[in-house]
Each structure stands twice: as structure tokens, then as C-alpha cells.
Ligand binder design. Sequence first.
Ligand code: GLU
Length: 374
Amino acid sequence: MKQRFRRIVIKIGTSTLTAGTTQINMPRIVSIAQQFMSLLDSGAKLVFVSSGAIAVGREALGNPDLPKSIPGKQMLAAVGQPRLMNVYGQVFGIYGITVAQVLLTNEDISDRKRYLNARNTIESLLMQNVLPIINENDTVATEEIRIGDNDNLSALVANLIEADMLILLTDQDGLFTTDPRKSDNAQLIEEIKGEEITEVIWFGAGMAKGELGTGGMATKLQAAEIARHSGATVVIANGSEPNVINRIVDGENVGTRIHPTVDSMESRKRFMLAGAAKDSWISIDQGAAKAFKKGGSLLPIGITGVHGQFERGDIVWVKNKDGRDCAAGMVDYSFEEINKIKGKKSTEIEKVLGYAYGDEIIHHNNMTVLGSEA
Ligand code: GLU
């Protein structure tokens, strides 16, 4: 049966957005907006990772040479990013799509608390049917904290929102057995299945396995490797192909399709179970345990006790009234906060704490419920 993809991250590189020129190509932007519209109409949730800030900044300043220094590039990104968003706001608006800008650095994704903030913001946008448009926060991302390229950023975002598909659009038809610009014998790799991406494939992408990619296909393959281990199907394809996004989602053979090594549920489960601290747990009553089974979140009212020391964003165990582990999940509130609000209604959180991060102590999307033990 054909798989229906529900949560899709689409990363589009500068070369696709400019159609290889020095300025944004409006027909391309219109085509992207149209394709997004039809996917959104079908009920899919989309996140768009867009490059192009530096290119638009350059265009705005009359195409100076690309500065080599980081501050030079940051300056161009600062000029270009709002202009790029303005184009998206206008064009996507014609198709009824409201856009939002989300700029991320490595720290926003690697630090647990900030991870949770980024994730909650993106989830809230998706819930409102707003299209998050993500780019690296180039103006503050210095060398040490840079992700460095939007391929890897898009893989981290796919992981963050548990995407089931990541599409990387570029100016080549996909991954080849060797560089097609240098060899006539280069053949398109249509599919990669199985656990290992082989040495031959890494080599074809331009680097040996384990080396750090510096852009191009190698970086895309690196990104694919991250995303497929968190349960996403990854497709690398040519952004100049007509209707390419919809065709990929429909399962047509375009570009290189890299299959996931785990499904996203399984990946989330592993992540939660591996990350849960042994000595921190929340005890819940029977009503809360039953609610989990039906897809409910953990609310303060169902909490009878809290044990250990943990922060907002940590993963903790949830124990049922018999003291058995029945779930593990990422908490939206710290140990101290939960101690104050346990047993209370969610509407009282703000009154007790003076602020609230939301109604849930652990959102259902951030937890894994264990078998029949609840
Ligand atoms: N963040 C850069 C920009 O918007 C692009 C980085 C990349 O494409 O990998 O210009």
C-alpha cells in the first residue's frame, strides 16, 4: 500500500530558489507555493527550511563579491532574511498560506530546554495551520555554534517534529555513483535501503564515510543519514523538475529515495526510553493511566507524587499507582514546579506558578506509553 506522508520537511537550497542566477526566481516561488497549497489541502503538515538569505542580501546590495569572512556573510544574511520572508509572505499569501519565521542555532536544538521551546513553537504553528519557514539564525550563529548548512539543519528539524519525510531540493537530479559533472559514467542512485549507507555511496557523494561534509551531495547524504535514523524517508531531487514536491510525496520515482531505518514511532520510543533518568519519576493515579491509553497527555490533576530532581525538558519515568513504569516522557515543567501544581486543574497552573508553559506536564507527542502496563 502506498504510504501517506503526514509530516513533511522540505528544504530548498539557494540554487533552486534562484534557478542558478543571482536573484530569487519568482516563477519558482509561485510553483513552490502552489505545491505546498495542495499538500496542505490534503491535510499534511509542512515545515519549510529555506536558504537564500545570503543570496537575497547580495542582490539587495548590488551583487558584491561574496565575502569570505563570517561577519560579511552574516551582514548579507541580515539584509536578505527579512526580504526573503517578505517575498514568501506575499506569494504564499496569494495561496492562502500564512507564514512564520523561525530562526534556529545549534544550541536551540541541542539544549533540552531550548529544544522543547523550539519544538513547542513549531507545533503551535502547525496546529494553527501556519507554515513555519526555518533558516539558521545566521546573524548570531558564530563558527562554534553554527550548524553550518541547511541540509543538516533540516535533518535536525525533521527529527524535532518527528517528520515522516524530508525532501532536499537541489540543482542536481539526486545522488550519483560518482560526480556527474566530472564523469559521463555517473549513474543516478534511485533508492537506498537497509541499515548501512555503503562506503561506495559515500565515496560517490564526494567523501569517505565519517568525514565532515562541506556542502553539496556529501552534506545531503549526511543529513539523510540523520533523518532516516529518526524515521523519515529522505528524497534528494532536482528542484527544477515540474511539480517535483507533489510527485515525490505521491511516491513517484524522482531523484534518490533513501528509506528510513526505523519508523518514527519506534525512533521516538527509543529516544524516550534511552533518555529517561533512572532516579526521576512522576506517580500518577488510575484515571491518568487510562487517559494515556486513549492518546491523552499527562495533566497535573492526575499526578499524585513526584520524585528525584529534574528540569523542564528532561525525560522522566511515569509510574502507575502500583509503582510500575507505565510511560516515559519529556516534561514541560520542572520537579519544583510539578510539586506545586500536582493534583490541580490545568487552569490553575498560572495562578499557582505565576506563569504557564501549557496545560500538559507531558504532552502525548512527547511520551512513549509502555505496553499493557498502564
Ligand atoms: N543560511 C544560509 C542562507 O540562508 C544558507 C545555508 C545553506 O544553504 O546551507 O543564505
